[in-house]
Design a protein around this ligand. Sequence first.
Ligand SMILES: [Ca+2]
Length: 218
Amino acid sequence: MKMGRLTFCKAMAVGTAAALATAGAAQAVTVVGAKSITVKNALPDYLQVAELLAFDFGGQNVALASNGGVATALSRYPIGEAPEGGPGEANDGVYPADFDYSATPVVPGVYHSAGAGPSEFLTITFSAATTLASVAIYGRGDCCETRDLYDVTIHGAAGEVLFTGRLDARTTGYDSVSFDRPVAGVPEPAAWTMMILGFGGAGVLLRRRPGAGRLLPA
Ligand SMILES: [Ca+2]
């Protein structure tokens, strides 16, 4: 269908109104620009995490160490001679797993804090700001599952809070939360003004160039 300039602008206006109506009706929970995720124990107990996963809309786990995720924590369970139990256990790709530091060799896979309290935390920082599709967490499997109630906070690159929620892995050993895919952005009114002025300017230029837009003879 051929469309004149005025008709085109009207169509854009109708499209904008429809998009605004859709955006207003949706109750979407989106997490755009996520740079890190922090978990704390919601209970006054040890923080133990077999694995913390954060997927983008391409299905990649951006929390995984091999994908650039860096895990840090306030403390780690003091095993002594064994290196296991550190924050890197929470994004090593091994889950679910037992915190079995008495085995030989030690079974890796679970982060375990040294202390129990609200100051204990585990943070995984992504290599780049990411739009997240879901977050999942695996708790401890060999004992003490009743500890695994987690408060989750997702931050942006400037430290702003993008999402807070609670995940409960006490009975199933696992919990997750999914987010909505962001809809295409609707331009601000100022942007629409600039676009319409731009279309008008293009029309003026076309009118001033008599040859513009004509097909050359074959
Ligand atoms: Ca692990």
